[in-house]
Design a protein around this ligand. Sequence first.
Ligand code: GAP
Length: 457
Amino acid sequence: MDSMQKIISLCKRRGFVFPSSEIYGGFSAVYDYGPYGVELTNNIKNAWWKTMVQLRDDIVGLDAAIFMHPQVWQASGHVTGFSDPLTECKNCHARSRVDHLLETIDIRADEKMTEEQIANLFAKNQAKIKCPNCGKNDFTPVKKFNLLVKSNLGNFTEDWNREPVYLRGETCQGIYTNYKNVVDSTRVKIPFGIAQIGKAFRNEITARQFIFRTREFEQMEMQYFCHPKQEMKEYEKLREARWQYYLDLGIKKSNIKWHQHENLVFYAKAAYDIEYNYPFGFSELEGVHSRGNYDLTQHSKFSGQDLSYTDPITNEKYTPHIIESSVGVGRTFLAVLTEAYTEERVKDEERVVLKLPMALAPIKIAVFPLLKNKPKLVKKARAIYNNLKTPWMCEYDETGSIGRRYRRQDEIGTPFCITIDFDSLDDDTVTLRDRDSMKQNRIEIKELVGVLKNKFL
Ligand code: GAP
């Protein structure tokens, strides 16, 4: 099994990620997060929020709705320009993204190439490409496929499709449309940022690479509003901060790298992605882009509202420039699992362990009575569990041998396990086992909270 398959299998086996609607055969490119998956995504989102909002005096949060006025997507350019190049196999009718087909023969189309450039590249190389579904080489001409997902929200007519309401294709549009509300209702002054976490939807043509590319996904985006002359200085600061964030998240330096976009859209000053070394190679984790004043200018034009900013000290009036940081929760999830997944040999047995940073571990502490049929052990273990579960996400487990219980917790990345044995009844001590070193220390029960607090600092 390759490492991607091992991660997918662990996610299913241990309740991290399930295919959507699996009892009906699944639903392509949509996934559900199970009991440990939801804990991990919450921890990822909390870590991001803490870095982006809690620890920053210049960034505030927002939670805009998924549905927005349809004009938003006209102004942003998504209705006309948010598309991928598509071709269909004439033999089996499987649809494929043209740039993905090119990748099968090791040609990487730059993400900012025009549709025409990609179509030309495909035409030049088409003879060498096989349909991933049936293996034939007979494709329709390349056409544009718009990625926005449509709905009939609030439209009760038969032909709602003519004036659809879109599910948002990116969360940042809600930040742009609320920029003025935030300026008018809070004490923010430029430069400042607005951060948001939320769902986004895209009709991705090809579903692949597990949760890397899904049709429903969650984004963590921060848009930073600044004076035009400060844009590049702020951009460099943001790039540095985002790089450091991944190191702090436990990602090895050698597993991330910058990818500079060569073909910039006309309004952009600079665009870099942070790529992570996924099991299938380096691919985009996050985009850090400098967007000029395009977004507010467009929304000002389409809404007729003045979205300029007047400096309270100099009285200078200008349209703020924006730099953005945008990353998917699912892609972060896959990166931290890839980083944490470890196979070790312990006394001739294989141990699978997720060496997740403590802040991200779904369960922080597991508590076990040595035997489940000894009421005194169970009572003591339950009392300890009840005491620890207020400050930390804990799990109580009394089934199977202690060895099996340790292995179960190793596989979900639990940093500490506490075992209550017969000595515990006499001397009020327990064993505290460390996930990574597997060392076990005897600790007095009255010291437990203090010892654990120090470890989780
Ligand atoms: N507002 C800018 C924006 O949305 P993007 O490069 O299209 O830019 C930003 O998306 C991030 O969102 C990506 O770097 C990736 O982490 C995540 N993302 C985009 N499409 C995704 C998809 N189909 N599935 C999972 N994550 C996705």
